[in-house]
Design a protein around this ligand. Sequence first.
Ligand code: UDP
Length: 486
Amino acid sequence: MEMDSPSQSRPPHVVIFPLPLQGHINSMIKLAELLALAGFKLTFLNSHHNHERLIKFTNIVAYFKRYPGFELKTITDGLPLDHPRSGNWFLETYEEAIKMKIKQRFREMLMNSNPPVDCVIADGFSGFAIDVANELGIPIIGFRTSSPRSFWVYYSITDIIKAGELPIRGSEDMDRLITTVPGMETYLRCRDLPSFCRKSDIEDSTVQLIVKQTRKSTEADALIFNTTDELDGPILSQIRTKCANIYPIGPLHAQLNTKLKAKHGESFDQFSNALREEDKSCIPWLDKQPYRSVIYVSFGSITSTSRDQLVELWYGLLNSKTKFLFVVRPDSVIGKDGEGEDVVKELMEKSKDRGYIVDWAPQEVVLNHQAVGGFLTHSGWNSTLESIVAGVPMVCWPYFADQQVTSRVVSRVWKIGLDMKDVCDRKIVENMVNDVMVDRKEFVNSATDMAKVINQCVSIGGSSSNNLDRLIEDIRMKRLKTTKRL
Ligand code: UDP
């Protein structure tokens, strides 16, 4: 078996392996396309289940035919195809599936690859991939698809515990500052820690798993982050003390759009990576609305609300001065079968002339629509970056994981929105929506300014564009194993 470096005559072969979750696939498939544009041979390794969904709802096979040698391969995620994969299925089953099946299948795939694999880019949450790549002598880069600041908090959890700042106790002041995350001492409060830190048992397996995976990811030859120096510079400097070679190459969707536009012109064709059917009927509805008059409401692909929370959000929106476009996935509302549907129908009836509802929106298009002036979001990292690039200020209602950190950064560090963390009350929703959309123009101004800066980063000569060029060259020139030790 040939496992040596790429010969002069063939392009480098890179395998990209995301976690089987929408937010992770989104940015990793964009990176795959960027590397394919650079002439690399790409293998995109998706779970069987997500591959089937992409085939069902997108033109993935036809789209990637335009890149010679772009291969879509599949691997198990450990569950049968017809499993609903709802709620916390990933945290509950994936670790075991790695041990039982995924690690071995991944190893076989790499060993049997022809042409041989020159570099693996694996989700930064897949420590086993580092072990397999090291065993086979293949350079490996970890890709952390969530925010670098949340990565840094996860990395620091051991120190937070040592300093006695965790676990959180019953009568805790949630607004006290956490002092043991370097670079974040002035703004990170107890309530801004990732949601998993709220468990009174800090030895809990979820917390331990995330800390373990985060620390493990710094053993990769390099790390990729979907951000820019301009957004996260101070924290990237901190992370460099643990992993010398990092590539901040985001926002990846903007980077890809810029490259596609340069190649094909304004009306370039774009791949939509939705695992659900997009309802595009919201676009003609938006076309009829005045400039920046609509708030877009979406909580990503995983977040669910209780019936009561949905009602509070809805009345807050109705009582505000703005119209709204609301994404309610069929699995968005927790409750007995059909209960979610009933409440949505009832609320929709009451707000026919104020709101529009879809199961799943073409989010990037929506955020860039001239009628959209604000985003009520769960602060998922992809959604946050998409909002920043579009210059849309946010009202943040974080649900779990890294979102608690990101919403704090949006409001306190970047000042491009408000943080509604830990409350869901119609009056507060109304006030915050009005603040961001109507009454406090400073949010629109700062979001517009930030969009200019960040779009510059992905243009030729910008920091993220340069970092992508460096990544491409380092893979091409086989420098990854050496840069690690710089
Ligand atoms: N998204 C979309 N349509 C929707 C809701 C979400 O296209 O109606 C996309 C959104 O553009 C983003 C992704 O789904 O790229 C959600 O990722 P994020 O990291 O924001 O949140 P997660 O789903 O991982 O919680």
